[in-house]
Design a protein around this ligand. Structure first.
Ligand code: CA
Length: 705
């Protein structure tokens, strides 16, 4: 028996060594390769380029001298028409990417020839539990395998050569409103993944799985659970002291829904956490203390998942100031000393530089105008919150900057060691906050204790004007040592794409208005641009095949802004979704087909005005259950049907089929019957008819002018 086991072990070792010694195998990415990613600049091995998540490439054959000659080399039309947020990975001439609905593609990187596509068949009903579009941000690659996390919470391992699944594990409880949009991170033989859902009342965590078997290795919850069940570790016992009331009944939030970064020398994994759940509560209802570790940056020991340190960017968050933005690692010269730092342009408007070994705050400065805090106290590391910003305590409506969509949302920033600058997709997007005094958690809809109906903009023309005037979007080049702006490029409005910087003294960014452009990294001068025919939100990447350098970006308008902001989203440039992979090279000769013009819905408004009190109740129900996809005040940002022009408004059978019986569940429109009463849904219909009539009047008035 002993002999047999020893033989098996020796055999396993031999297989392992044979595999490790065979670099010719497809997608044979190891920790060593990722650690030394700069020695193989032709590849882009993980979504953030390397473990530091700097999104900087040492390639420079495309540079500030010749980028004007950049042309489309190939494009591929994706088969999903929602936001595209993935950054592809390229390993040895093969590109691996993902698209909406968690689909995975492999392309020949130089030509765009599709090698295979994998569809995890995510059920359409998940859409109701996804706050911010049906997006996916990319794959992890590890020793011949790919890893994708799906909207419905699965982590799936695929054979990189064939796209065939090898294993699949449920990383979340399918009965709870979890979702996953982020890319997994491969460190050693571990695949680490978080999840989303703090807007719907879940408890956030990150998990590590064995890359070969899918076995759960460790899990770290970011917020404490029910004290009666005991805390999982000391860090959570300490965190529990900063909560009050019965927070665990509403999940607690603190979800890890975006990218992770990793320091192989310290063996620490870094990530940010989202808002506590729910947010905007009345005083004494769960957010009396700091609500750790929500709205924080955390470091965990990668081997064990044990807590290393935390830094809370927004204690007792009431504004949806998730801290899930890109966490970039770099060595900066600060006060004459080389410091290993971590940097983040936070949703709350402050740029943080922390010592990444200890979590010590080195500096923090606002990179956009903010009105919720006067600064960050360098001694305590805490924000100096202005009293008027605590709207839950004052009880009044307060227009906060940044608003809930943040000064920097999920779009990746990029740090260039060549210029020493961080390139930030910055925005100004104020939001009216008002506590919902009658807040009750709902299953189908958003669980934010703010009065969404009262803050719906057309209800209040003065606030609407204030918010509209404040909408801005720009590419910001930021000096993280001096904590100051170096240059900016202004866009039409917010919600522009993620960043790539290169050793060719270039920065690439797509815009909400559908332009993909290259800027000189040192001074921001625009050197080249391309009409992408749709808003670009994803971050570009670059690679080479042979001596030829390519730049790739996924085009495809989407995300929270066009879903929730309604009419406001038009400020950035009204877009339709055309989902494509676009790849550029200096000798490119491809051309996009001509785009058909945007067609306006023309259905006439119903003639009979609804009963005003019914429509008012409908406005509340709409804001709670419908507005996070169909847009503020029932104005669609272009991704989902505009309900003001729905044929169902005056067709009882169609209305019942879609809203009560879930006829369009495969597209994400579930039945609301289990959750809302028939009367509540009829009130929604009355509100939509009112909005259709108001919009028709406004259109006639505009025409008359
Ligand atoms: Ca959030």
């Amino acid at each position: 028996m002993r002999h047999h086991l020893a033989g098996a072990a020796a055999c396993a070792l031999a297989i392992f060594n044979a595999q490790a010694a065979d670099p010719q195998r497809a997608a044979w990415v190891t920790a060593e390769r990722i650690r030394h990613a700069d020695t193989e600049p032709q590849n882009w091995l993980i979504t953030g380029h390397d473990y530091s998540d700097q999104r900087f490439s040492p390639l420079k054959s495309i540079n500030d001298g010749n980028v004007g000659q950049l042309h489309l080399a190939w494009y591929y039309d994706l088969d999903t028409h929602r936001g595209q947020e993935a950054t592809p990975v390229v390993v040895d001439g093969v590109m691996y990417s993902t698209s909406a609905w968690s689909k995975v593609q492999a392309f020949e990187a130089a030509t765009g020839r599709l090698l295979w596509q994998f569809d995890p068949h995510v059920p359409g009903s998940i859409a109701i539990h996804v706050c911010c579009d049906l997006v996916n941000r990319g794959v992890a690659v590890w020793m011949g395998r790919l890893y994708v996390a799906t909207l419905d919470g699965r982590l799936i391992s695929l054979d990189a050569q064939t796209g065939k699944p090898l294993w699949s594990v449920a990383t979340t409880d399918p009965t709870r409103p979890y979702a996953i949009t982020g890319a997994p991170l491969a460190t050693g033989g571990r695949i680490i993944i978080g999840n989303a859902g703090a807007e719907y009342g879940v408890r956030g965590y990150v998990s590590a799985y064995d890359a070969l078997t899918g076995k759960l290795l460790w899990r770290f919850y970011t917020v404490p659970g029910d004290p009666a069940k005991g805390f999982e570790n000391e860090a959570l016992a300490r965190a529990a002291k900063t909560w009050s009331g019965e927070w665990w009944k509403d999940g607690g939030g603190g979800t890890v829904w975006n990218s992770l970064s990793y320091d192989p020398e310290l063996d620490l994994v870094y990530f940010g956490t989202g808002n506590g759940s729910p947010w905007g509560r009345k005083p004494g209802e769960g957010s009396k203390g700091d609500s750790l570790y929500a709205a924080s940056i955390l470091a965990l020991h990668a081997a064990s998942g044990a807590y290393a340190w935390h830094y809370q960017t927004t204690p007792a968050d009431e504004w949806d100031y998730d801290s899930d933005q890109t966490v970039a690692l770099a060595t900066l010269n600060i006060a004459g000393k080389a410091r290993k730092v971590l940097m983040q342009a936070n949703k709350n408007g402050f740029f943080y530089v922390l010592d990444r070994a200890t979590g010590e705050l080195l500096s923090a400065k606002n990179f956009v105008p903010v009105n919720w805090a006067s600064g960050v106290d360098p001694k305590t590391g805490r924000p100096q919150v202005l009293p008027q910003a605590r709207y839950a305590y004052t009880g009044g409506l307060w227009v906060g900057s940044p608003g809930g969509l943040g000064a920097h949302n999920w779009m990746p920033a990029s740090f260039s060691p060549a210029t020493g600058l961080e390139y930030i997709p910055a925005q100004e997007l104020p939001f009216p906050f008002l506590t919902d005094k009658e807040f009750k958690p709902v299953e189908l809809g958003v669980n934010m204790a703010i009065d969404l109906a009262a803050t719906s903009l057309p209800q209040d023309p003065k606030t609407k004007a204030q918010v509209l005037a404040g909408l801005k979007g720009y590419l910001l080049a930021w000096d993280p040592v001096a904590q100051r702006e170096v240059w900016r490029v202004t866009y039409r409005g917010p919600w522009n794409g993620g960043l790539l910087s290169t050793a060719g003294n270039l920065v690439f960014q797509g815009s909400a208005a559908g332009e993909f452009a290259a800027y000189r990294a040192s001074d921001g001068r625009k050197l080249w641009s391309f009409a992408a025919q749709t808003g670009v939100v994803a971050a570009p990447m670059t690679f080479a095949v042979g001596a030829k350098q390519y730049v790739t970006v996924l085009a495809g308008w989407g995300g929270a802004f066009p879903l929730v902001a309604g009419e406001l989203s038009f400020k950035s440039g009204r877009q339709v979704n055309r989902s494509r992979v676009l790849t550029f090279a200096l000798e490119g000769t491809a051309q996009l087909p001509a785009a058909s013009p945007l067609s306006e819905p023309r259905l006439a408004a119903p003639s009979v005005p609804p009963e005003p009190t019914l429509a008012a109740e409908g406005a509340k129900q709409y804001a709670l259950r419908c507005g996070s996809c169909h847009g503020d005040a029932a104005v669609s940002g272009g991704l989902v049907p505009d309900l003001r022009y729905s044929a169902a408004l005056v067709n009882d059978a169609l209305w019942k089929a879609v809203v009560e019986d879930g006829a369009h569940e495969a597209n994400g429109m579930v039945s609301f019957k289990p959750e809302a009463t028939h009367a509540q849904l009829e009130a929604v219909r009355a509100f939509l008819i009112q909005r259709a009539q108001q919009s028709a009047l406004a259109a006639r008035a505009a025409k008359a002018r």
